[in-house]
Design a protein around this ligand. Structure first.
Ligand SMILES: [Mn+2]
Length: 270
């Protein structure tokens, strides 16, 4: 039966699996946080929760990875960037560049990108940097670029420009959106790492490591055999998700806005 299936589909009925479960190096703990999108309220709760979780476990070399799209859509992108900068001074944090950071940075010099940026959530980002709504309503093109350049501190632009395309810890590969299947990890483009959806999401084969990513919103985190997606759409769902990884162990942490408007966090094994 198996060989018949193989003949019919042109490949093994069983998707190729990693031979051993994905693991971090011994003594290494990693927390990866999904797309924050300007939700400083959820980010603050997540920081508190990760710090408490890390302190409650045995000592380890701990790193945090922010998976990108810190900005746009939600109300306080400037606050999220400032908080990420401050947190990165206190502990080892890797920052991955999302497609929204890419659009933001390119908007300062490319007017076509600026128009997309404004359409896809950039308007509230500029409001969070103190650009008055009346000015935003009237300015465009070069004038808007001058206003942006005045409003956004150069330190923030430099900080965001330093975000990375891909980071690896042990068997885990961290990217914003995903990778192109059947392309070696060292040859992946920034474009794919920051923007890809298909054919990445439905690919069944091995990517050369367990891919941990955000970018594509799902109601619950997706823990597949070859990838882990943790973008739970914080800006609209009120639910920000992180995953903790140590050895072969995994656990989820979520910062959630309650019906009362209060924010609480929850941890569970994954
Ligand atoms: Mn994205």
């Amino acid at each position: 039966m198996k060989s018949l299936l193989r003949k019919l589909t042109g490949r093994s009925a069983q998707p190729p699996r990693l031979t051993a479960p994905a693991a971090t190096a011994p003594g290494t703990r990693v927390y990866a946080v999904g797309d924050i999108h300007g939700r400083l309220d959820l980010f603050e709760e997540m920081i508190r929760s990760i710090e408490a979780d890390d302190a409650s476990r045995k000592p380890a070399r701990t790193s945090v990875v922010l998976l990108g799209d810190l900005i746009d859509r939600g109300p306080d992108s400037a606050g999220v960037v400032a908080r990420a900068r401050a947190w990165a001074k206190e502990r080892a944090i890797k920052l991955i560049m999302g497609n929204h950071e890419e659009m933001f940075l390119d908007s300062f010099s490319k007017q076509g990108i600026l128009r997309s940026f404004m359409r896809f959530g950039g308007r509230v980002t500029l409001l969070s940097y103190g650009v008055p709504p009346r000015v935003l309503a009237e300015a465009d093109g070069e004038e808007l670029q001058r206003i942006m350049a005045d409003a956004v501190p150069q330190e923030d632009r430099d900080f965001i420009a330093g975000f990375e395309k891909m980071v690896r810890f042990g068997d885990y590969i961290f990217v914003h959106a995903g990778v192109r299947p059947d392309m070696p990890l060292e040859r992946q483009t920034g474009q794919d790492c920051r923007w890809i959806r298909e054919p990445f999401l439905s690919h069944d084969g091995d990517f050369g490591g367990m891919i941990v990513h955000g970018h594509t919103v799902t109601e619950q985190p997706e823990l597949m055999h070859n990838r882990i997606g943790i973008d739970t759409g914080a800006f609209m769902s009120g639910k920000l998700t992180a995953i903790g990884l140590e050895g072969t162990e995994r656990w989820l942490i979520q910062a959630c806005e309650q019906e009362s408007g209060k924010i609480a966090s929850f941890a569970q094994a994954a």
